[in-house]
Design a protein around this ligand. Structure first.
Ligand SMILES: Cc1cc2nc3c(=O)[nH]c(=O)nc-3n(C[C@H](O)[C@H](O)[C@H](O)COP(=O)(O)OP(=O)(O)OC[C@H]3O[C@@H](n4cnc5c(N)ncnc54)[C@H](O)[C@@H]3O)c2cc1C
Length: 432
């Protein structure tokens, strides 16, 4: 769509947050360029699942963002499990396959995609000129006269923009530049790490039987849990096994470290056969993923002036609610409506739009970070006041999933625009 606005937005980072935001802005007539450090849009080969609020946000960003998801999503393969989000199992005590504890359902059920494939589909929705690659953010300066930003990249190149939006993930450089010595510049290790693997569906069926391979399962245990759900239209099973450790993460600068299948089996020693049989399907050498988050030091404000933070850059969360990516898309829905509003024309209007985005999104984003850490502990029977009581674990999940899923995304966007209009009023300000 031809730009309707006189200002230009630089998005740093092209993950799920950066791409959905860029698509939503581009199709609302806002000039936008993504600056991505990688040589092309790329993602780790892993699965990501979405909840009903995420789907509503996709639809709001642009119907094609939702259509891309529908094209590649995989649900549970048995019709009787259509609305099951996860079947929860005792993955530890049971030495046979009778392990069922309870089931959590939702209107969407389980909806997983292969992340790399979803990004591939999203990229198609953005004209080539809206993305520049090999652009790793280094710093910025503001022109005191025009208020425009000169953005510097590590390859020595520069770009200019009226506003900068950090979609650069958990270790966001934009956040570091904004907050300097504040502890939110550096997310902390949650003392959980994860083994991730993809197994063929045939192998998975041999390991755990058809019901548990073809439908999403959460295998709980003391200090560890494993989740599985089908992706690639049921040809592949996505496996993520979390382990809680007392140790620190060896290298803050790296989110992964090499490990072996034996390491995984050692971490889950004494677990039931479902967990250990699935771990045996992992490659002999695999990466362990450190789970970092902003739970210890939340970001004080998601925006300062004409710079703002979206997605993990703003509210990097552990993945135990399966909602981090969905919240990225909620952010994109709200922020794109604000920036596209007809009253937003000047730098000062953009700053107001960013301040409204902060006021609408921060409480919910920061809540997710805290709640996710708690619920991950509940899956591992170390949740405060919950322990190994499955009735309590189930209640915690139901209540918190309700907060995540039962949100009126359209209403949230409308409310944000209402607040913006209230703040901007009829004051035209100094136009760009
Ligand atoms: C094990 C695991 C499982 C998960 N499962 C789920 C799930 O099932 N459901 C769910 O909703 N969420 C899940 N999440 C969370 C979800 O993956 C994240 O919340 C989401 O992907 C964050 O997207 P983002 O775009 O904010 O950041 P990212 O995906 O991290 O993208 C950031 C982008 O910025 C680029 N970048 C970084 N620094 C710079 C720089 N200086 N200059 C330029 N570019 C830069 C990076 O290359 C990258 O492309 C999971 C997370 C983990 C770790």
């Amino acid at each position: 769509m031809a730009p309707k606005k006189g200002f230009e937005v630089a998005i740093i980072g092209g993950g799920i947050a950066g791409l959905t935001l860029a698509i939503a802005l581009h199709h609302r007539g806002v000039k936008v360029v993504i600056y991505e450090q990688a040589a092309h849009f790329a993602e780790i080969g892993a699965g990501v699942s979405f909840t009903p609020n995420a789907v509503a946000a996709m639809q709001h960003c642009h119907p094609e963002v939702h259509a891309a998801f529908e094209k590649i999503r995989t649900g549970n393969l048995w019709p009787s499990k259509k609305n099951v989000w996860f079947d929860y199992h005792d993955g530890y005590h049971a030495k046979k396959h009778e392990t069922f504890a309870f089931s959590i359902t939702s209107s969407l059920g389980q909806a997983g995609v292969h992340r790399a494939r979803y990004l591939d589909e999203l990229v198609k929705l953005l004209p080539g000129e809206c993305a520049r690659f090999g652009k790793r953010l280094e710093g910025w300066e503001r022109n005191a006269r025009t208020g425009r930003w000169r953005v510097r990249f590590e390859d020595g190149s520069e770009a200019t923009a009226d506003a900068i939006i950090g979609c650069d993930g958990i270790k966001s450089k934009v956040r570091q530049l904004l907050y300097g010595d504040h502890p939110c510049s550096h997310p902390t290790f949650t003392h959980k790490y994860a083994y991730r693997a993809l197994a063929t569906m045939d192998d998975a069926i041999k390991a755990v039987g058809e019901e548990k391979a073809k439908n999403s399962c959460m295998h709980m245990g003391p200090g560890g849990h494993m989740l599985t759900f089908p992706v690639n239209h049921g040809q592949t099973l996505n496996i993520v096994a979390f382990h809680t450790t007392q140790s620190d993460w060896p290298d803050y600068n790296k989110l992964t470290r090499p490990a072996t299948r034996e390491d995984a089996l050692r971490d889950f020693a004494n677990y039931g056969p479902d967990v250990t049989n699935l771990l045996k399907l992992c490659q002999p050498s695999l990466d362990v993923w450190a789970i970092f988050h902003l739970g210890d030091h939340p970001v004080p404000e998601y925006a300062k002036g004409s710079i703002c933070l979206v997605g993990d850059a703003a509210h990097a969360t552990s993945p135990h609610h399966g909602a981090g990516a969905g919240f990225c898309i909620e952010d994109s829905a709200v922020l794109s409506d604000l920036l596209a509003d007809e009253r937003v024309r000047t730098q000062s209007d953009i700053e107001t739009a960013f301040a409204v985005y902060d006021s609408v999104r921060r409480e919910r984003g920061n809540w997710l970070v805290q709640s996710s850490q708690h619920i991950g502990n509940c899956y591992e029977w170390i949740g405060e006041g919950v322990g190994e009581d499955f009735g309590r674990v189930e209640r915690e999940i139901r209540t918190r999933n309700g907060v995540i899923a039962d949100v009126d995304v359209e209403g949230m966007c409308r409310e944000a625009v209402g607040v913006l209009r209230g703040r901007l009023g009829g004051d035209e300000g100094a136009r760009l």
